[in-house]
Design a protein around this ligand. Sequence first.
Ligand code: PMV
Length: 328
Amino acid sequence: MIVARARANANVALAKYWGKRDEALNLPFTGSISVTLDGLETHVSLALVPRSSSDRVRMNGAPALAAEAQRVSRFLDLVRAQAHAATRVEVDLESNFPVAAGLASSASTFAALALASNRAFGLDLSPEQLSVLARRGSGSAARSIHGGFVEWLAGEAADGLDSRAVQVAPAHHWSIGIVVAVTDEGRKKVGSREGMAIAARESPFFRAWLETHAADAAAIRSGIWARDLLLVGEAAEHNCLKMHAASLAARPSLLYWTPATVAVIHRVRELRADGLEAYFTIDAGPQVKVLCRAEDRAQVAEQIARVPGVRRVLLSAPGPGAEVLATR
Ligand code: PMV
């Protein structure tokens, strides 16, 4: 029995992916830029089970919910098709952070699955091809293949083979602090797939979101290269607020924030007014990620942890790309 184990880290988008030009292939309207998060990891163990007639998927030690198991199975079908194989698998997924609550567990899950299944099925894909494969599981997973600062290029090809992530700068290029404020550990009600489809279809502001996205991405890219926290932080906040504004303005309206999310936004602004450089960004959920200087991270974390409604804070920094841990 072949068993492959792999690890991938979550990532947080600074210039966000929100809207697909192709729903089936997870092809985005725009590019996006993220930072891979140190310490927020998903480990995948994948075993080929030749005599089995179905995949078995476990998450954090328990059988996965039917919808999640199906999503993993559909992803594995893509791998099996490429490998000309029919073998079923047993998959064990373990994440050390809240899943499906706007902390991009799907990014680390499908990036790790891409690596483990590539190895187990002997596909021998390049990092570029692994990013294309991971994208099919979850768009943001394309970025978790790489470490540090990562850009997912939207691509133009109808088959999506040029829609893949590349590294903008490695983790050691710029040591910033990232504080994750966990405000709610539950599952989000509207997943990102459905949320971005509603925003694209039903928001009068969606066009403005698309039209102004490239300028944010350009500022963030050059800010990363120049290690300019002000430039990156302001552009990331602006980009995040536009994504949420476009979603709020949809019918039905999408409101991912809880009172604690808003309280953290206010606290970050107060910290900044008091001279502590900190910037927030929020994905499709209630958690807030705060960017700051590496040397300010403990102080920022202490301040954010005191905000009413914040359940805990996770300390992070730019982290490593996905990696195969073992095969036997
Ligand atoms: O990869 P998905 O389908 O979970 O979408 C991720 C969407 C956001 O997290 C809101 C933005 C992003 O670029 O990660």
